[in-house]
Design a protein around this ligand. Structure first.
Ligand SMILES: [Zn+2]
Ligand SMILES: [Zn+2]
Length: 372
């Protein structure tokens, strides 16, 4: 009898998830099938289900199998797989972390070592691969070539989910954008990415770490994770005043680095004006299509703003993030960011409550995970 597992599929028309039973894939010699144990609901998942950037004329998508902030155990593996990507022996039942995408290893970007920029790295959509295979399902297939690492023993699965996206993404950005000793850093947005960015900037030697958000609970958490100053946008309501505040707070200099983790065009327009002359603007948040900004490029040139944009990360970052979480676990509450857990059966409720823009939003959620 073929093994099967539950998969959540997103349907655009009724705007909801449905659970279906799908076969579990049998791995080829080089492949691994993961039994997913925990998957975080990422802001990007909410952008997709909310339909940000789409209108009534946009064609119906999917159904979509989604979810990428996941961790799990090795369920089954091909006979050629003997070790993880750091040559440690690997066997069925081992707890593991892994990038959710698959660099081809034989394109121009891959041979340059830029695995996060491989054009062929995406997972195969559900329509072309009808197996139980996503974050919001019970199994995930690591097709070959792939990367995989042992999970740190001292951290539970819930504290590891956001490593596979949120934490890895900000580390990728700061690795390129380089936080230098004594830099003043502004973090736009205190969701999970913003909280991680706060702790990482602090650990990389930042002087001031100023975090901007609209929720007090998130800003409180940012303070516990290394923020030296927080700005609640409901208290300083105008964009001009917030920009002025950053200049005042940095002795008229502006921020050495601003990192954007919200994903709305107005936030980008505001953040660019907070950067000091020849400072850096690191853009991550704008993951929804049609996010147009209205910026005078002469302002960017005359202020020599270095703007860099990020999506995906290189695989070496995952084990480094695991080390970081272990090293800082008594310093910052990064391993307890998950506030709510849901069963896969309750995925619709989980998404409704997590969507901070929706009518059923539960504002006490910092990060929700599905335990499939
Ligand atoms: Zn490639
Ligand atoms: Zn994500």
């Amino acid at each position: 009898m073929t093994e099967s597992g539950l998969t959540g599929l997103w349907y655009d028309k009724p705007k909801k998830w449905e659970l279906v039973e799908l076969p579990v894939y049998k791995p080829d010699d080089d492949e691994i099938v993961i039994r997913v144990t925990a998957t975080g609901i990422c802001g990007s998942d909410l952008h997709v289900t909310r339909g940000d950037g789409r209108d009534k004329n946009s064609p119906e998508r999917g159904p979509l199998a989604m979810g990428h902030e996941m961790t799990g155990i090795v369920h089954s593996m091909g006979k050629k797989v003997k070790t993880d990507s750091l040559k440690k022996p690997l066997k069925e039942g081992d707890r593991v972390i892994f990038p959710f995408f698959f660099p081809c290893m034989s394109c121009y970007n891959c041979i340059k070592g830029e695995f996060g920029a491989c054009k062929y790295r995406s997972r195969i959509p559900y329509q072309d691969f009808k197996y139980c295979n996503s974050g919001f399902s019970q199994y995930y297939v690591l097709r070959s070539p792939h990367f995989i690492f042992h999970s740190p023993k001292s951290l539970n699965d819930e504290s590891l989910v956001s490593l596979n996206c949120a934490l890895a993404q900000v580390v990728e950005a700061f690795n390129f954008g380089k936080v230098n000793f004594g830099d003043n850093v502004v973090i736009q947005g205190a969701g999970a990415l913003g909280i991680y960015a706060t702790a990482v900037a602090r650990s990389m030697g930042a002087n001031e770490v100023i975090v901007i958000d609209g929720h007090d609970s998130r800003l409180k958490l940012a303070e516990k994770c290394g923020a030296s100053k927080t700005i609640n946008i409901s208290e300083i309501q105008s964009s001009d005043e917030r920009i002025e505040y950053i200049y005042d707070y940095t002795n008229g200099i502006g921020a050495d680095i601003v990192i954007e983790l919200v994903g709305f065009p107005a936030v980008v327009e505001e953040g660019l004006k907070m950067v000091r002359m020849r400072g850096k603007y690191l853009e991550i948040g704008s993951i929804a299509p049609n996010s147009f900004i209205n910026v005078d490029t002469n302002f960017l040139v005359s202020n020599q703003i270095r703007m860099m944009n990020f999506q995906h990360y290189d695989p070496w970052i995952l084990p480094k993030c695991a080390d970081f979480l272990e090293r800082t676990k008594s310093e910052y509450p990064l391993t307890s960011l998950v506030s709510h857990k849901f069963k896969l059966e309750d995925i619709n409720e989980a998404f409704q409550k997590s969507d901070w823009l929706g009518e059923h939003a539960d504002k006490s959620i910092t990060r929700a995970v599905i335990l499939p």
